[in-house]
Design a protein around this ligand. Sequence first.
Ligand code: ZN
Length: 160
Amino acid sequence: MLIAPDLLQQLIAHALQEAPNECCGVIASEPGAAPGGPAPGGPEPGAAPGGPSRAVRVHRARNTAASPLRFEIDGLEVLKLIEAIERDGLELGAIYHSHTRTAPRPSQTDINFAAHWPGVEWVIVGLADPGSPGVRSYLIDGGAVSEVELRPGSAVPPRG
Ligand SMILES: [Zn+2]
């Protein structure tokens, strides 16, 4: 997904604020590029069909588990967030949370959870290295994990 640097900063700020517990929330996005065919040279590896979606805003949610090892979001809170996102013509682009002690890679718990959210990117903020928080995004499909690129939202328009 395309994500502006200030939105990335919001994710990291949330993660730091909740540390040592995991934070969680969702990212609203605009759907991928309109039809018009793939870019010259074909779609980039990891790009969603039709082009990457663009992150528009970050919605914080409460980690009801309040744990450094896992997160849980209240189902009603998720429904309300999705309602608000769809009311604005956006879509649920990603679910994010933090790993405060481990690498920003999906745990088995994450993989199990993500099975309920097909097509939604799985963004993890890693704080294990306090000097340089890292943000990664993954698509998790049927237990298969593939990393997808997080690119600055202010991407240069396609040439030509
Ligand atoms: Zn996790």
